[in-house]
Design a protein around this ligand. Structure first.
Ligand SMILES: Cc1ncc(COP(=O)(O)O)c(C=O)c1O
Length: 428
């Protein structure tokens, strides 16, 4: 981006306004200066100005490879022309209405055609809402209250979903809610079996993320998943697979790669084409819980649930994410991971993940401290690579082999700088 263009953009940029930075009462108008806690990288953040394809430009004059992709949701990168056109068309037709719109059917059809064992879908505004609704459907249909999750997993910010994050995530959550959630260690098949068999009739749901990012982006073992499926079937527990992030890993979602059928599947992110979205897909007898034509059905709303802009953009995003593109992007991720791993192993780091999702962590680490995560975020940023604050990188379809090689070089360099202690901490 030229200096002139940058100046034109930043001239009226709110973040440049000292009044907004400090606020009328002497502190920022946004808590800590941030509109989302998940943006936080330990030092004042750059502001995004513009994005196109796999690139983003910020207010500090940096051109970045966008491997954050708004936390994995921009599967086709920034401002994809066909998605932009569909969203604009929906927007100019009226943005959102208080009666159903036809776009919902299109996205439902596209999503369910990829989830052959599931019958119906209900849209929401976020992954958080989707998981929240799935849990309520499971509880209502089983008449039970407790749920099983895996330790350290993340399923959004509803109260139940925060429990597996441990004490710091549980602040503000009632003890009653905490008591209803059992967190078993990832891939500990025996612990899962024991917990369920100790009181099978108390459990409404088992919730699994097959590649839990916050638990270190280690994939769940086949044995663990199939045991969860078997226990759920045997004891009438609802198996919820949370594919808010992982749906991108297979044409039929990541559960399709495992060959496991959930009773309910939650998703979001990529299926909104860059706009707010969440979805619960499920078997018809469970989805009947939110069927308003049935007496006593569960209330489900959301003023913007199923809004035409998200639905229209999401439908194009899914259509463009063909079987071939899923494969190509996963292959690109695999080669990037292998290339970086070969160059950072001696420095005591590794790249984890699967397909188009990658994350650098100190070798074998179960938990990575926030300071280290932030150090790597800044080291990557200074080398023109934008990841998530927890260092999750996701590829997007505008990327090709050349971009992937570029990502591998920048990431290697950033990891090595953190490993040898020469990385700065965002003071630039
Ligand atoms: C597995 C998983 N579930 C749920 C959520 C919550 O989704 P959202 O941020 O759209 O509320 C996330 C968010 O990253 C997630 O990774």
């Amino acid at each position: 981006m030229g200096t002139e263009q940058k100046n034109a953009i930043t001239q009226n940029h709110p973040a440049e306004d000292p009044h907004l930075r400090r606020g009328p009462r002497g502190f920022p108008l946004l808590p800590g200066g941030y509109g989302r806690s998940t943006y936080y990288t330990g030092a004042p953040s750059p502001y995004a100005i513009r994005g196109e394809g796999y690139r983003v430009w910020d207010d500090r004059g940096h051109e970045l490879i966008d491997a954050n992709n708004n936390f994995t949701s921009l599967i086709h990168g920034n401002a994809h022309p066909e998605i932009t056109e569909a969203a604009t068309k929906a927007l100019t037709a009226g943005a959102s209405w208080g009666i159903p719109n036809l776009y919902e059917w299109d996205l439902a059809d596209l999503l369910l055609s990829r989830l052959p064992d599931l019958d119906q879908v209900r849209f929401a505004n976020s992954g958080t809402e989707a998981v929240m609704s799935a849990i309520r459907i499971a509880r209502a249909s089983t008449g039970r209250e407790r749920v099983i999750v895996t330790k350290g997993g993340y399923h959004g910010t509803s109260e139940v979903a925060l429990v597996p994050g441990g004490p710091s995530y549980q602040r503000g959550v009632t003890q009653g809610v905490i008591n209803d959630v059992t967190a078993v260690p990832l891939n500990d098949v025996e612990a899962l079996r024991q917990e369920v068999e100790a009181a099978p009739e108390s459990y409404a749901a088992i919730i699994l993320d097959l590649l839990p990012n916050r638990a270190g982006l280690l994939r769940i073992s086949e044995d663990f998943v199939h045991t969860a499926r078997e226990l759920a079937t045997r004891y009438g527990i609802v198996l919820i697979i949370d594919e808010v992030i992982s749906l991108r890993l297979g044409f039929n979602g990541f559960s399709g790669e495992y060959g496991v059928s959930p009773d309910l599947l939650t998703t979001g992110k990529l299926i909104g084409g860059g706009f707010p979205v969440g979805a619960v897909a499920g078997r018809a007898e469970l989805m009947a819980e939110v069927d308003p034509t049935r007496p006593g059905s569960l209330p489900h709303g959301g003023t913007f649930s199923g809004n035409p802009v998200s639905m229209a953009a999401g439908a194009v995003a899914l259509r463009l994410f063909t079987q071939e593109e899923v494969k190509r992007l996963n292959h690109l991720g695999d080669t990037t991971r292998d290339a970086v791993n070969a160059r950072i192993a001696d420095a005591g780091w590794e790249i984890r993940g699967r397909g188009s999702l990658l994350r650098a962590v100190p070798s074998g680490a179960e938990k990575v401290g926030e300071r280290t995560q932030h150090e790597l975020w800044w080291a990557s940023y200074e080398r023109g690579l934008l990841g998530s604050p927890a260092n999750l990188l996701s590829l997007s379809t505008p990327m090709d082999e050349k971009v992937a090689e570029d990502i591998a070089d920048r990431l290697t360099d950033a990891v090595l700088a953190v490993a040898d202690g020469t990385a700065t901490k965002g003071e630039k």
